[in-house]
Design a protein around this ligand. Structure first.
Ligand code: SF4
Ligand code: SF4
Length: 85
């Protein structure tokens, strides 16, 4: 499933550079993850980088975007193909 950033976010910027899919953008008060771009880091890293680097544990599973590892892998392949086009 894609991740979501909750209101614990202190807008520290750290996750922005860590995301391999450029799925994170700066919001008005907190940062935002585009669920269409988040693969939970599948295809890039064994663990979600935003979860790993966030100092306040604001990156959590988004129950509105449940996806299996297989679906996340397919999303990764799709994003890779788009990038190569
Ligand atoms: S889990 Fe990975 S791909 Fe998803 S927002 Fe976090 S760093 Fe980006
Ligand atoms: S690392 Fe955590 S606190 Fe910092 S901007 Fe990202 S979600 Fe917010």
């Amino acid at each position: 499933m894609a991740l979501i950033i909750n209101d614990l976010c202190i807008a520290c910027d750290v996750c922005l550079k860590a995301c391999p899919n450029k799925a994170i953008t700066v919001g008005e008060d907190i940062f935002y993850i585009d669920p269409a771009l988040c693969t939970e880091c599948v295809g890039h890293h064994a663990v979600s980088q935003c979860v790993k680097v966030c100092p306040v544990a604001a990156c959590v599973a988004d129950p509105a975007h449940r996806e299996s590892k297989d679906e996340l892998q397919k999303k990764y392949e799709h994003l890779k193909a788009l990038k190569a086009a």
